[in-house]
Each structure stands twice: as structure tokens, then as C-alpha cells.
Write a protein that binds this ligand. Structure first.
Ligand code: DGJ
Length: 731
């Protein structure tokens, strides 16, 4: 690992674990991208840029450099400008006092530091020891406008990951307006790639989409004020035909929870430019003299061994150097949540019954979901009034807390702190505290409005309200929900020229509130949620190490949702619960066994009234909980290998392997039964070929080589919704 700078060729060579990323300052100071891929020794790679490729029609130029003409439009660049001859998508777009938006960056200086400095006000990956990473900052400037851009790159010693971000500073005497300020831009010399992204909807999050690149711009983005269910802030370029285990893969993951764009532009010469950052749509940032703007971080991961290897790098990095706090490395409790059991209709007796039954089956944490506060008997009121509803819970949290903890369970609570119901005391007292545009309708979403977190006093009030309850009640877990997207985007306090800063300022406020509350209550495990997985992004994971993956708890739907989510996010980040059948979202009846196996592939829990189960079913639940506690370290801390994709057929399979490769657990699922189906085998991955593994339960011994090259025999059960689990341990 390390970053070197060759004075002679002015080349920066960044080496992460097994990755090289190389760029060069030309004699005139343009920062030219040369290479990103498998590790190479430091060398002069300037020939790769073909900067002399002029004479290409309609590429403006030449720009003359030491007598050698070239066009910026045909040059791979690290942070491309607009309006000075590169006609592809720029990384930034700045309006100057004379109204012009042309700019041109050249390098001034650079600095290398050990470790990884934090990004002010923004979540980011981090190091625990400076020896884990090295950071380079390259200073560029547009001499005419005096806009400076600091590009920051961190390489990790133990991961094939390089992080990038940019800081834009106004060194002029007059205001500048940023219309676009992306985090990173990477140029590739060809377009023989497929683009992979994670798209969906509420209850259908992060389905894998994969398609060949085509000339023009292909992008995924959010304009919804949140990262969203609809698109995840992640894209990957895959070498054509790359698989789980083979081929070059380049991942781009944005550590951000608001409006974003990720785009791949294939230009006239079949080169590809990937750009990622805050969505420029409806964004403008007024930069006073001396002020700076920090972009969020992009985490670039390269793998020469396919998508699976890329995912495992993200999993390990995000599990250990993005998530933080007491629960980062701790076993996450098996929980029971009352939402699908009762919805808003509960009292203390009902909750205690659910908790008692669950406790007797080995479950560790009881979570009280929506409906405990204000006059909240449906979703039409009370968000913002975080005061316990004494009609439902006459003894308040003191009484309920005693009842729950008295059963031997930990006690967890649902909040939706970023929202306000128009029918609430908070709204009646502060009607201007929500995001709105004066004179326009305030469009409700799920009967609620969004509190304006660009305002410090709103954030402070929310911090106080949540802190009060976490101080008074014996709470060790919080489910932090967020159930609508932005409309009428405006703030009562921002001046007109800063109104388009609101969406980003709001997210900065969300981060401040999350940072403050999670630091104040380090003993509390926080699980984020946004109508299920609408904000399953690295930004939120920095503060809250797990997320409710989807409101769709159907085991079949969850195969695709959890498989797609695993492209970037580790199983330790995914909440996964067994719910009742017929399933409340899709009406499907699946076996308790399959529901258990799907949910055991994440942070396991139940979301149903277990007291309604037969004694036989309860016994199977007890067994599931017992089993999960045994495999929990593997699922939550192990390496995940995807074996069969639910997007490609009737089956799905994945496995988790311990770091020392001595233990593994394998899950297999078949959705529909087929007559005369082939006798299937399943080849495992990630094991040590030289070790012998005993199948826990039967003690049958298999060589690791046999398990990976010949595979295990799949069951021949009849019936839809089949699943199986195998556990292997090296002798
Ligand atoms: C949406 C969440 O995703 C659900 O799990 C539940 O907490 C409801 N909100 C409560 O309103």
C-alpha cells in the first residue's frame, strides 16, 4: 500500500491492497487519468492517455503543451471542467460574478499524509490507526475565477478500496455559485462494459439491473430528497461477461443519503466517463469569499475476480471502517417487533404477552413499533409529539419498560424523528418548521411533512425530544424510521439565493442529529429504516450499523431484495424478520422453514404474534432461534459468497464463511416445485481446498476441494418454497 509521486514525470501512483490508480500532472498542470486496475509497479504510463490525439473532428483544441497540441475532449481527466474544450460531462460547474461558467483547473500543489482525515459534517469511511491508509490531496485552481479544488484520495492497505472526495474553495473576493460539485469522475479508455445498478420501489428494493453501455449518458439518480428505494447510490462497471468470480469489476458507492447522480457517459470515441455525487438537479450552492464546499465521499472498489470479490471488499470495509460505535463488532440481538402483529392496535397487556412468548422461545429484544406516542392510533397524527400515549400505556415507559425487561427481554423503541404530522402539537406550535414554500400547498406524504433540518433550532429540538425518552426509559435499541420524500422544497429561514441549498443542508442536519444522538447513547443499538429500505445507504450506515431491509417480509420477495442488497452491503447491515402467513404484503404462504432460512441470512428477528402459533410451530421457532445464535458470528462477521442468483432462475443460494475458513453455513432456496427436475448439486466457495469439513448434524466429512469442485447434493423435496441449510466445520 502507498502513494508515490514521481517528480520527473509528475505521476501519482496510488496503491491499495492489490489495486493501482495512476494519474499525472501534465507540464501545463492538467490532471490526467492514466490507469485504474490490478496492481502494477510504478512506471511511466503517460502513453496511456494519448494526449496527442488531436485532429479528431469536433473536439475543440488544440490546447498547446510544450509544442505538443492536444484536446481536453480526448484526454482522460481526474476532475473535468466545463466550457474550456472538454465537452463531456464535467465534474463541477461554477457561475462567476460576470455570469460566465467556463473554468479550467490546473495543479498547484499536493500533500501526502498518513491515515485518513475525517470529512467535516459528513459520514465517511475511517481508519483506527494511521498505518491502515494514506491520503493524498491535490490542489487545483482556476486562475481566472480563483476557485480552488482540493481532490482527496485515500488508499487502504487492507482493502482494494480507494476513496475520493472534493472540496471547492472560493479564494476570490466575490461570491461564486456552484451548480454542480460532484465527488468523483473517472475516465475509462473504452466502453466495453456492462453497467450494474440497484433499482426498485417500496417493498421491492435493490433489484439488480445489468445492461451493456451504449453511446450517450446512462444514469441513475434520486431527486426525492433521500437516497431512495427507487435507486441506490451505487453503480458498477463490469467487463463484458464478468461473473461472480471472474472479470474486472469497478464499483462506485457514494457515502450519502440525499439526492445523488451516478452516470456513465459513453462519448463519440467510445470512451466512458463515470461521474458520481450530489445530484446537480435543483442544486446550487452560494459560496461566499473564503467559504468552501465539501462533497461526500465515493468509495471506489476494483476487483479482478468478479462481482463477488468486489462485494466482499465493500462488506468488510463497511462493516469495520464505515459503521462505528459499540455495536459495530457486537453480536446483534434476535428481536421481536410488534408492527405486523398489532399495527397501531395494542396496549401494555398485548405487548407483554408478545414479549413473554418471544422470551420463552429464546428471543432477546422486544421492539415496540409505531403508535406509542401522542394520539397515534393510525398514521394520520402525532408525529413530533414524542410523549407516551397514556391511554394505551397508562404506566408510561416506566411501567412498560418494567414489564418488558421483567420478562428478561431488552426493550427497543420506534421513532420517526425527522417528521411532523400537521395534526400534532408540534406543528400547531411551529407551522414553519417543516420544509415548505410560502403560498404553495404543503403536499402531505403518508399524512406527514418533513421537519426542516437545515435549521439548527429544529435539529436541537429533535435531539432534546429523543434524548429525553432515551434517558428516561430503559431502551437499548431504536428503530429510526423516515416515511416520505421531499416536495415543495423550501425553507422559511434560508435567503432566496440559498433556497437550492436546502436538500443538501437538510441531509447535513440529519447527519448532525444522528451523530449527536448516537454519541450520547452509545449503549443503544440503532437500526435505520425508511419505509423499509428506502435509505439503505453508506451515509446512514456510518451512524446506524443496521437497516430494516424492506417492508416486504415475504420470503420469496426477500430472496431478490437481500441478494441485490448484498452486492454492496454486508449481512450485518440487513434486518430480516420472519412474519406471519399469508404474508401481509403479497398474500403468499411460504413454509416457516423457508421464512426462517431467509431471515437467518441477515440480522434475525420475528415480526408477528408468536402466541398465535401452535405448540409444534413454537418448538420450530425455538429451534430457529437456537440455530441462529450458533451461526450468528458467521452471518454477521463472516464473508458472504453468492452461489445462485434468484434473478436468473427458480433457485437462490448463498453462504457465509468464517475469516479463518474453518466454518461455513450454506443456504439454498427453491421457489416453485418442478416435475422431473434435474438432480441438482451446489458448488460451494471460499473454503480451504486442503481442509476436511464435517457436516454438522450428520458428521459426514467432505474435502474442501470436493465441496467446491463437485458440490453438495440438493434435496429432492416436493412442494413449492423449499429451502435447506448446511453447516460445515473443519475437523
Ligand atoms: C415503515 C416501516 O418500514 C415499518 O416497519 C413500520 O415501522 C412502519 N413504518 C410504522 O409506521
Amino acid at each position: 500500500m502507498g502513494i508515490t509521486f514521481d517528480q520527473g514525470t509528475r505521476t501519482f501512483h496510488l496503491q491499495a491492497k492489490d489495486t493501482s490508480y495512476v494519474f499525472q500532472a501534465t507540464p501545463s498542470g492538467y490532471l490526467v487519468h492514466l490507469f485504474w486496475g490490478k496492481k502494477v509497479r510504478p512506471a511511466d504510463l503517460s502513453y496511456l492517455a494519448r494526449a496527442g490525439a488531436v485532429g479528431r473532428a469536433f473536439s475543440p483544441g488544440p490546447v498547446c503543451e510544450e509544442g505538443m497540441p492536444f484536446s481536453l475532449d480526448t484526454t482522460p481527466l481526474e476532475y473535468p471542467s466545463f466550457g474550456t474544450s472538454d465537452l463531456r460531462a464535467p465534474a463541477f460547474h461554477v457561475q462567476q460574478p460576470n455570469g460566465a461558467t467556463a473554468s479550467e483547473l490546473t495543479v498547484r500543489a499536493h500533500e501526502l499524509v498518513p491515515g485518513k482525515p475525517a470529512l467535516t459534517g459528513l459520514p465517511a469511511t475511517y481508519v483506527e490507526d494511521d498505518a491502515e491508509a494514506e491520503t493524498l490531496t491535490v490542489d487545483l485552481v482556476d486562475p481566472l475565477s480563483n476557485l480552488a479544488v482540493q481532490l482527496t484520495y485515500t488508499v487502504y492497505r487492507d482493502f482494494d478500496a480507494i476513496t475520493r472526495s472534493a472540496r471547492l474553495v472560493n479564494h476570490s473576493a466575490e461570491p461564486l455559485v456552484l451548480h454542480r460539485a460532484l465527488s468523483a469522475s473517472v475516465d475509462f479508455s473504452h466502453a466495453d462494459f456492462e453497467l450494474l445498478h440497484l433499482s426498485g420501489a417500496w417493498a421491492r428494493e435493490r433489484h439488480i439491473e445489468r445492461r451493456p453501455l451504449a453511446p450517450g449518458c446512462q444514469s441513475v439518480e434520486s431527486r426525492r430528497g433521500a437516497s431512495s428505494h427507487q435507486q441506490n447510490p451505487f453503480v458498477a462497471l463490469l467487463e463484458k461477461g464478468a461473473t461472480e468470480d471472474h472479470g474486472d469489476v469497478y464499483g462506485f458507492s457514494l457515502v450519502y443519503s440525499g439526492n445523488f447522480v451516478a452516470q456513465a457517459e459513453v462519448d463519440q470515441f467510445q470512451t466512458t466517463r463515470v461521474s458520481m455525487g450530489i445530484n446537480p438537479f435543483d442544486f446550487a450552492w452560494y459560496l461566499e469569499p473564503g467559504e468552501s464546499f465539501q462533497t461526500p465521499e465515493v468509495v471506489l472498489v476494483y476487483s479482478a475476480q468478479g462481482l463477488g470479490d468486489m462485494s466482499r471488499t465493500y462488506h468488510r470495509l463497511y462493516r469495520t471502517r464505515l459503521c462505528r460505535g459499540t455495536f459495530r463488532d457486537r453480536a446483534r440481538p434476535v428481536l421481536i417487533n410488534n408492527w405486523e402483529a398489532t399495527y397501531f392496535n395494542f396496549d401494555a397487556e398485548v405487548l407483554e404477552r408478545i414479549a413473554r412468548t418471544a422470551q420463552a422461545l429464546g428471543i432477546e429484544l422486544f421492539v415496540l413499533d409505531d403508535g406509542w406516542f401522542g394520539r397515534r392510533n393510525d398514521d394520520r397524527s402525532s408525529l413530533g409529539d414524542w410523549v407516551v400515549n397514556r391511554e394505551k400505556l397508562p404506566d408510561g415507559f416506566a411501567g412498560l419498560g418494567e414489564r418488558i425487561t421483567g420478562t428478561g427481554m431488552q426493550f427497543g423503541l420506534w421513532f420517526e424523528p425527522e417528521m411532523v404530522s400537521p395534526d400534532s402539537d408540534l406543528y400547531r406550535a411551529h407551522p414553519d418548521w417543516c420544509i415548505h414554500v410560502p403560498g404553495r400547498r404543503r403536499t402531505p406524504g403518508r399524512n406527514q411533512l418533513i421537519l426542516d433540518f437545515s435549521r439548527a433550532e429544529v435539529c436541537d429540538a429533535v435531539i432534546d425530544m429523543v434524548s429525553q425518552i432515551l434517558t428516561d426509559a430503559p431502551i437499548t435499541y431504536v428503530k429510526w424510521d423516515m416515511n416520505r420524500h421531499m416536495t415543495e422544497v423550501g425553507s422559511a429561514t434560508l435567503p432566496p439565493e440559498r433556497q437550492r441549498e436546502l436538500a443538501h443542508r437538510h441531509i447535513l442536519g440529519v447527519y448532525r442529529v444522528m451523530d449527536e444522538i448516537t454519541r450520547r447513547f452509545p449503549h443503544v443499538l440503532f437500526e435505520s429504516c425508511s419505509g423499509g429500505g428506502g435509505r439503505f445507504d453508506p451515509g446512514i450506515l456510518h451512524y446506524m450499523p443496521q437497516t430494516w431491509t424492506s417492508d416486504d417480509t415475504d420470503a420469496v420477495c426477500r430472496l431478490k431484495i437481500q441478494y441485490g442488497t448484498s452486492v454492496v452491503y454486508p449481512a450485518s447491515a440487513m434486518g430480516a424478520h420472519v412474519s406471519a402467513v399469508p404474508n401481509h404484503q403479497v398474500g403468499r404462504v411460504t413454509s416457516l422453514e423457508m421464512r426462517g432460512h431467509v431471515a437467518m441470512s441477515g440480522n434475525f428477528g420475528y415480526e408477528m404474534d408468536l402466541s398465535t402459533l401452535s405448540e409444534g410451530e413454537k418448538e420450530r421457532v425455538r429451534e430457529q432461534v437456537r440455530l441462529y445464535k450458533e451461526i450468528r458470528p458467521l452471518v454477521q462477521q463472516g464473508d458472504m459468497y453468492r452461489l445462485k442468483s434468484p434473478f436468473e432462475g427458480n433457485e437462490a443460494a448463498w453462504m457465509f464463511v468464517s475469516e479463518d475458513r474453518r466454518e461455513a453455513v450454506v443456504f439454498w432456496f427453491r421457489v416453485l416445485a418442478q416435475p422431473n427436475a434435474p438432480l441438482g448439486t451446489l458448488k460451494l466457495k471460499g473454503l480451504d481446498p486442503n481442509l476436511d469439513y464435517g457436516l454438522v448434524d450428520t458428521r459426514h466429512v467432505y474435502g474442501g476441494d470436493v465441496l467446491m469442485n463437485a458440490g453438495i447434493a440438493l434435496p429432492l423435496h416436493k412442494g413449492d418454497f423449499q429451502s435447506a441449510m448446511w453447516r460445515f466445520r473443519a475437523g
